[in-house]
Design a protein. Sequence first.
Length: 288
Amino acid sequence: MRPQFEKIPQKLQKSFTARNIVRDSRPLLSQAWHYHPEVEICYTSKSQGKRFVGNRISDYKEHDLVIFGGNLPHGFTTEMLCKQVVIQFSPKFLGREFFHRPELNEVNWLVDHARRGLEFVGDTKLKAIKIISKLMKAEGFEQLIRLFELLHVLSQSDEYVEICSDEYAHTLSEMNLHRVKKVYDYIILNYTKEVSVQEVAEMLNLTEAAFYKFIKKHTQKTFIEIVNEFRVNHACEMLMSGDRTISEVCYASGFNNVSYFNRKFKEIMKQTPKGFKLAYHDSHNIWS
């Protein structure tokens, strides 16, 4: 299965695309993970779930605002109704050298830096959302001006978080993207039970030793670190949504040792499972 290349539809008289996208749900990474040469700005107005960008798995929720560089694999998975604004443009859509003009140095930096994926926060996000709303109501020249206004605001800000590593952004070829995607799909199907390094290595036609080197090089994480991220994310969902004990959550998430589960949970979430559960329910009770 090759990685999904997404062909961005271009309308006549349009040099970039700006679309409202509504989906009932998209729970599987194999349905969502894709890449394209266009730069993408994505604003989620409704939904929450998992955001996959390069070698990073994160939670996302309403008012998530991100920018992805060209050919950076990404996808959003959710079991909820999802409403997003997706703006996509080629870095060359106004000419090969346009973004290299002196007046656009900061915007050119933004487009280049977006190869890591950037999540915007704070006042910058609030300003950007207002511009996106105006952009979606505009047409023609006014819409193009709103796009430049949006890029200007984002390029002037330091209120952002880099999503994936620079090493990942530079080294992931299309073939390696295909291989990494196969690893992620395998983990998604199997992380709540015992995973087999031998099995996933054979899927990539690699020895186990070569597989360990491959996954570390292209994700900056070990295979078990990625598996544990999925398991801890799953544990968080159960701790928030039910009355299961810590031990029950441990085993239902794919861990087979409570002490190890507690240690890995704290490494990833910066608090114990018990502390996470108490903090979540205390905050929930305040607003209920």
